[in-house]
Design a protein around this ligand. Structure first.
Ligand code: F3S
Length: 400
């Protein structure tokens, strides 16, 4: 693998042990995946933040790296943590867990990383442009960045993205190359899609395509104005049942015309309403009413919070409700009065965390209601709780 003179110096330790260690990781990754060299990146998004997922070993690794003077070279943002960093007490997060979590976030902060704690960095200012190279690690954000923004990133692990942030480079292979972005499965969607159908569609196709690149043709005319909220749900689900990092949607995503694919020769599948119904059944593993409904997987946009507030206005919820989002979007929600309406109805706008990486299994909830196929996939395995998957309006109940 070719290294420039500066990269060689990084590798040899001339810029200190943190850069040396990080460059070693990048070179090892590049060798494994057959990269010809490094490519400079314009941003990083780093997973491995919740104490629930990285534990003591991850915490020690980060402290060592920060102790060696690690500093990021490019704008870098953090994935969700395990708790709402401001309102953990009110929400009932366990104190011991919170203390560990605070150390992790402070350690990332010391390295110069923005402690945004969100899986939708593209909603809070980390918005790479078409064709730019980045190193992101949250799988749903990777899918969004590659597909909707047309930026270029592999599905980095937490240490890979952090190393890239510290060196300002990542190995040049996979989705960084034109030939790594060509679709290999044509997916014709024969049914109109609404709301959580996008997640069901992603989940269903992800299982077929694995780590391939699907090219969607949405046949219903109404789909051609699909929102970014639907695209983030689609990508998150594709990335969770499969290992999809990039999808194209005809007439919608930016690279659909330039993929150099001969669509005629691609393997083709059709998705019908019956396929989506079957997927919804698979995802909804429990028939009981949820005691906690969690929305915002991936983290909710301001429009999604507004929609919840409009439905909740003047009503009282029977179930607990979390709308998970970033601190930045919550600030806008506070200003618009949405947070107050949701709180008055008995719900919470929860920042920095989500139903999967928070320790909700320690918080007395039994059945979790979600409108995200990704969350429905992970809540049972990561939290050991029952899950119901549906459109959120069907999940919540009001006092009569
Ligand atoms: Fe984000 Fe958590 Fe879902 S990190 S994509 S809200 S599982």
């Amino acid at each position: 693998m070719h290294l420039t003179r500066e990269e060689e110096k990084m590798y040899q330790g001339e810029f200190g042990p943190a850069i040396e260690k990080s460059m070693e990781i990048l070179v090892a990754l590049g060798d494994i995946y057959g990269a010809d060299g490094m490519v400079e990146i314009v941003s990083a998004q780093i997973s491995g933040v919740s104490y629930k997922t990285i534990g003591e070993a991850g915490l020690e690794y980060l402290k060592d790296l920060a102790g060696e003077g690690a500093q990021v070279k490019v704008p870098s943002t953090l994935n969700p943590a395990g708790v709402d960093l401001d309102n953990w007490e009110k929400l009932g997060f366990p104190e011991e867990f919170v203390k560990k979590q605070q150390i992790i976030v402070e350690t990332y902060h010391e390295m110069g990383i923005s402690t945004t704690c969100t899986c939708t960095p593209y909603l809070v200012g980390n918005v790479p442009t078409l064709g730019s190279h980045i190193a992101w690690s949250e799988s749903s954000a990777v899918c969004y960045a590659n597909s909707v923004l047309g930026a270029r990133t592999n599905r980095e692990g937490g240490p890979g993205a952090l190393s890239a942030a510290i060196c300002g480079r990542t190995p040049n292979y996979g989705y960084h190359l034109d030939e790594g972005r060509i679709p290999n499965l044509l997916v014709e969607v024969d049914t109109p899609l609404k709301r959580s159908d996008y997640g069901a569609l992603g989940y269903c196709v992800g299982k077929t395509v694995g780590n391939g690149i699907p090219y969607f043709i949405l046949k219903s005319k109404t789909q051609q104005k699909t929102s970014i909220n639907n695209l983030k749900a689609l990508g998150a689900a594709l990335a969770s049942s499969g290992a999809v990092a990039l999808y194209h949607v005809e007439k919608i995503t930016p690279e659909y015309k330039t993929t150099h694919a001969n669509l005629e020769t691609l393997e083709k599948i059709s998705i019908t309403s019956a396929d989506l119904e079957e997927t919804r059944e698979q995802l909804s593993r429990c028939k009981n009413k949820p005691d906690l409904v969690c929305l915002g997987c991936p983290h909710a946009s301001l429009e999604e919070i507004q929609e919840v507030a409009e439905i909740l206005r003047g009503k009282t919820l029977v179930n607990d409700l979390w709308v998970c989002t970033s601190i930045s979007v919550k600030a806008a929600s506070d200003r618009m009065g949405y947070t107050k309406i949701i709180e008055k109805a008995g719900g919470q706008v929860v920042c920095d965390t989500c139903m999967v990486v928070a320790p909700i299994e320690e918080m007395d909830f039994k059945v979790i209601g979600v409108d995200s196929a990704k969350a429905a996939n992970y809540v049972p395995s990561m939290c050991g709780l029952d899950v119901v998957f549906d459109d959120w309006k069907n999940l919540i109940s009001f006092e009569t």
